[in-house]
Design a protein. Structure first.
Length: 357
């Protein structure tokens, strides 16, 4: 298990894209928490492959729980679940075992593991393993909701098509609506434009990227630590575990570098018994610690590197320059299916922070 994350809540992910199964172990969950498996399955369905804008690979993505749950409740022991791979097509990759697909980890994995890595479908580097994150995140999110905390995401952009951003106040109705959608948008009129961008790229044997915006609501002030164990550190460390993520920003993010302090500073105010801010340029975090406002961040996803266009690369065994054309079943845009993955990663990170002993 090369993928392990967490301090108080430990997540281990195992398996390969075309192996027998993929799976996850979550250690550190409280005992006796009743799980809603319908809610878990609903999140799994949002990420699973299939559909006109996704890879045609068909997988039901139904997790099989091996340990950590008894009579519908967590036992306090490590929770382990596996998801069996039922629709692999490994022959697509046999001719490319020593060809470095541009944008992929084929060459770096070959060097790191002395050629012993499973190259089929990207092996352990595949986006397929994000199904494990979604399962773990769905469990964590249920625990957070029992504490009055929830997580919501929407597709902020696909290529150059932009959705609105989260406002300073994020309502429960907005959170519920986004969480029920398989194509979550604040402005639903942008869906057709985004779908057209994806379809156009696919028709040209190409791909597009985009941005997912995430909000954590209901978090009290005072969660997190300064410097190396802050809320930004924790969230960023797990979000960068999602394949294809190339950047993350909190609140105004990189936009803060273009304004003055008087524009970037969030002025405080008293609202009844609560201390709030008029704006949320800090993304709900100051000094690595929550200030009681929604924690808001955005994750940027690169275009899917597996495209059918011819590209120049190398044969790293023969040490020759070659031309390659990637075959197989791939998403022309990973952003739509990545939305529940970002939500899951945020839920895991927040529960880890709240589980500090």
């Amino acid at each position: 298990m090369s993928s392990m994350w967490g301090k108080n809540l430990k997540i281990s992910i195992f398996g390969e894209s075309h192996g027998e199964a993929i799976g996850v172990t979550v250690d550190g969950l409280q005992a006796g928490f009743p799980l809603d498996f319908d809610l878990i399955n609903a999140e799994m369905q949002k990420r699973k492959p299939g559909g006109k804008l996704a890879t045609p690979r068909k997988e039901d993505d139904m997790p099989v729980i091996l340990s950590g749950v008894f009579e519908g409740k967590t036992t306090g022991a490590p929770l382990t679940a596996v998801i069996y791979n039922k629709n692999t097509k490994s022959s697509d990759y046999e001719k490319m075992s020593h060809i470095a697909r541009p944008g992929h980890a084929d060459y770096t994995a070959f060097v790191k593991y002395n050629g012993a890595n499973d190259y089929r479908g990207g092996g352990h580097f595949s986006g397929r393993l994000t199904a494990c994150l979604v399962f773990a995140g769905a469990v964590c999110r249920q625990i957070l909701k029992s504490q009055g905390i929830d997580v919501a995401v929407h597709i902020k952009s696909i290529s150059n098509v932009e959705d609105e951003s989260f406002g300073v106040e994020i309502t429960n109705e907005q959170v519920s609506r986004l969480n029920e959608s398989c194509f979550p948008l604040i402005d639903q009129s942008k869906r057709e434009l985004m779908e057209n961008e994806i379809a156009l790229a696919a028709s040209q044997k190409d791909s597009v990227g985009g941005v997912i915006e995430c909000a954590v609501v209901g978090l009290p002030a005072g969660v997190g630590s300064p410097m190396f164990d802050g809320v930004e550190n924790k969230i960023a460390s797990i979000v960068f575990g999602i394949p294809a993520v190339k950047g993350i920003e909190f609140g105004l993010g990189f936009g803060a570098a273009k304004v003055r302090g008087s524009q970037n500073n969030d002025e405080f105010l008293i609202d009844g018994e609560k201390i709030k801010t008029k704006t949320n340029n800090c993304g709900g975090i100051l000094g690595g610690i929550t200030n009681g406002m929604p924690v808001v961040f955005r994750a940027a996803f690169k275009p899917t590197p597996s495209i059918a266009k011819q590209q120049n690369t190398v044969d790293f065994l023969k040490k020759e320059n070659v031309v390659t054309q990637v075959v197989g079943r791939h998403d022309p845009c990973v952003v739509v299916r990545a939305a529940p993955v970002v939500k899951a990663a945020a839920a895991i990170a927040i529960l880890d922070l709240l589980s500090e002993k």
